[in-house]
Design a binder for this molecule. Sequence first.
Ligand code: SF4
Length: 361
Amino acid sequence: MLKYLDEYRDKDLAQNLVAQINYASKKSIRIMEVCGGHTMAIRKYGIQNLLPPTIKLLSGPGCPVCVTSRSFIDKAIAYSAMPDIIITTYGDLMRVPGTSSSLLKEKARGADVRIVVSTLDAVKIAKENPEKTVIFLGIGFETTTPPTAIAVLEASKIKLKNFLILSAHKLMPPAMAALIDEGTLIDAYIGPGHVSTIAGSKIYKPLVNQYDISVVISGFEPVDILQSIWMLVKQIESGIPSVEIQYSRAVSQEGNLKAQNLVNDVFEPCTAFWRGLGAIPKSGLKLKPEYNSFEAESLLPLEIAEKPEPKGCLCGQILKGQKIPTDCKLFGKTCTPEKPVGACMVSDEGTCAAYFKYNDY
Ligand code: SF4
């Protein structure tokens, strides 16, 4: 295993891997990365330009902000307009467009929306403001769910009555399966590094068994990604798909059992609505019945339907790997990171933002 960051960016190592990929790759294949961090790294280092024409890279639904539905943002905005409510959220959700506004715009208009860096900060705000109700917006995949579980357990332990969760937490494997079911042509997945650190490589085994698809869990440096592509090419050429771990310095087969137990104690699977992908059974997490008193939608019910994406925005197809940002007529014109029209341009990990930032057009 390499020891130092420089080695993961070593030009000779990278060139050697490119040569190995070129030598090994015979069949035309489509490889999807389902982690926004990988999308950014691929574009930043121009990895797509180093590969032989047999390999096409696709970007998938791995940016947690990008797949958060418009109705979730609309709900958060509706809550923020209610009296005596404080919305707490990670900062990257602030600029995500809902149907007609964003949390940032609502904050500018006077809504009490506060950015937190830790879920326990949200609990602290609830403790300090007993006359208000504090709602934490829980988004993200397997990586960000354990901290939300910790906040619920802490609120339960200290018997907080004014702390609620609006959960849009999601599970990655059901979305990876849904893309294949829907007809996106994918031969292999570059497995998400951070998700797998928590959940372990074992979560992809059913996917491999059901779809004969190859998965290699990758780190985020250029040598990591090239080595992962090489491993995928070798799997496909040998005709034996499996789950392999390239990112072995952070990922194991079992993952972080303590974090998994925390999540299993507090959450249970539910159908979730993904921006662009629609409703996917068992791809989301909701609080277990014993924690119902912390569930915002149970205590403060709201009926808000999912609305279509803004006219011309192709985020849905981009998140499915069926279009690329430059297919969108709004890209770089009316839609830029400063004035995003769709969610894929908002987040640092969004595919449109990655193409824009690295002038990949
Ligand atoms: S460029 Fe903007 S409008 Fe077009 S798909 Fe991307 S985010 Fe949506």
